[in-house]
Design a binder for this molecule. Structure first.
Ligand SMILES: [Zn+2]
Length: 479
């Protein structure tokens, strides 16, 4: 049996965060009553004419520049013809043989470092409406989404595993969000992808027959769908059967892919230039101006965290993956606590709390400065690490200053030597046998005494100091 290699190419659709739709002035807001943000253009009324949204062009070009694409000075809108009830015009306005941008790349983190994934093209198009299915007897159509600007980002078939596909998606999503041009919400469909998956015997360079996977609305489902599809293809080939080119839907409940329809070829869509739209012509000066406006992107921020803050590459990777997390981390700096200590807290307790609750950074009410205060108290020995963790969970929701919580609960550690020494003496006197064993060289008993003192202090004793005191007081009177 040959060993197989997976080959994956992704087509990502990202909704652009413009106020209005791509070819009309209707609002793009999500969640409004059905068919309220519509007009003759986006409902495909005869005689209505599309007008291109300049802001959508700006956003699309900025993404193209951010992923090192060559932006074409002249691109063309084309009609992609197909019938579906959520597509009122009977065609989608897209770009075909003259797309907005081509030949880019993005770097993704892999075990050995980074890997460059090619981007074939980025083109602009309008989104379709949405079908609302009832109990199976009828369906309704909501055209609020019809005409929302999209960019489609098509990758080269450079991805070799489900994990790489997810890393690539996360990288693209991070760039879009750093640019502030897409909200990246996968559940609401503002960031979605189709995956072209095939297998081939390892060591060969040709391509196997691919299937296209749809209906994956989370990173986890993208990974599950690809793994399930690869397994299915390997089993087929090992049984001497052939993979059929088709579009398959991922069934998240069952964890399998199911055939949806035969895969269309480009000629099925009968593309032709849209006669209602002039070619999109961009001049050098405009592109240069947009390029100058690009904000710091994830890769640059990662680099800066390593060179100017002295963080390790892996830490910088985790901290910059989400813009909101990186912003939070940076805002917590400069309050007298080392960057590495803040980084550990953000990567540890903060991200753990967010993951456990399944929420984003915006759900954390504790201000970045509040976090700095909390970490500063741990560093100063005012509270210990487990107390800090409890305080953090409390202020995560309330947003209260951790210093006030420590005060209110009387959590501040006792580091006062006289008080600590009194507790240590009490504990030593109460356990003469253990003292004798400690004096005889059984050093592990220090831990036992520290535990006793911690109990006596109600958890408020500074354990480091107690440990020193135990050794000193127990050693008194010794030769
Ligand atoms: Zn409209």
């Amino acid at each position: 049996m040959p060993e197989f290699e997976t080959v994956i190419g992704l087509e990502v659709h990202a909704q652009l965060k413009t106020e209005s739709k791509i070819f009309c002035s209707c609002s793009t807001r999500f969640g409004e009553a059905p068919n309220t943000n519509v007009c003759p253009v986006c409902t495909g009324m005869p005689g209505s004419l599309p007008v291109l949204n300049a802001r959508a062009v700006e956003y699309a070009v900025k993404m193209a520049l951010a992923v090192h694409c060559q932006v074409n000075r002249r691109s063309l809108f084309a009609r992609k013809n197909y019938f579906y009830p959520d597509l009122p015009m009977g065609y989608q306005i897209s770009q075909y043989d003259q797309p907005l941008a081509e030949h880019g790349w993005v770097e993704i983190p892999v075990e050995e470092g980074t890997k460059r994934i090619g981007i074939t093209r980025i083109h602009m198009e309008n989104d379709a409406g949405k079908l609302l299915h009832s109990d199976g007897t009828w369906s309704q159509v909501d055209l609020n989404r019809a005409g929302t600007p999209l960019i489609e980002i098509v990758s080269e078939p450079d991805l070799r595993s489900a994990a790489e596909a997810v890393a690539y998606l996360k990288s693209l999503r991070a760039i879009l969000m750093y640019l502030g041009i897409c909200d990246g919400n996968m559940e609401e469909g503002s960031f979605r992808c189709d995956a072209n998956v095939s297998i081939r015997p390892r060591g060969t360079t040709g391509f196997g027959t691919r299937t296209e996977l749809k209906n994956m609305n989370s990173f986890r489902n993208v990974e599950r769908a690809i793994l399930a599809e690869v397994r299915r293809q390997v089993e087929l080939v090992e049984d001497g059967e052939a993979v059929v080119q088709e579009t398959r839907l991922f069934d998240a409940a069952k964890g399998v892919t199911r055939s949806m329809r035969g895969k269309e070829e480009a000629h099925d869509y009968r593309y032709f230039p849209d006669p209602d739209l002039v070619p999109l012509v961009l001049d050098e000066a405009q592109i240069a101006a947009w390029k100058a406006e690009l904000p710091e992107l994830p890769a640059q921020r990662r680099e800066r965290f390593v060179t100017t803050l002295g963080l390790g590459a892996a830490d910088a990777e985790v901290l910059t993956a989400e813009k909101a997390v990186a912003d939070y981390f940076e805002a917590a700096l400069g309050h007298g606590v080392e960057a590495k200590k803040i980084a550990n807290w953000v990567m540890g307790d903060v991200l753990r709390e967010l993951n456990d609750r399944g929420v984003g950074m915006e759900a954390c009410r504790l201000s970045p400065v509040g976090l700095a205060h909390l970490v500063a108290m741990v560093e100063a020995g005012t509270i210990n690490a487990s107390q800090a963790r409890a305080v953090f969970r409390e202020v995560f929701d309330s947003g209260e200053d951790p210093r006030a919580v420590v005060e209110r609960h009387g959590l501040a550690q006792v580091s006062d030597d006289a008080a600590l020494e009194a507790w240590v003496r009490e504990v030593l006197e109460a356990n003469p046998d253990e003292v004798a064993r400690l004096r005889a060289g059984e050093k592990k008993l220090v831990g036992f005494f520290v535990g006793q003192v911690m109990r006596r202090s109600g958890g408020k004793a500074n354990p480091g100091k107690v440990s020193e005191l135990v050794a000193r007081v127990a050693g008194e009177g010794q030769p």
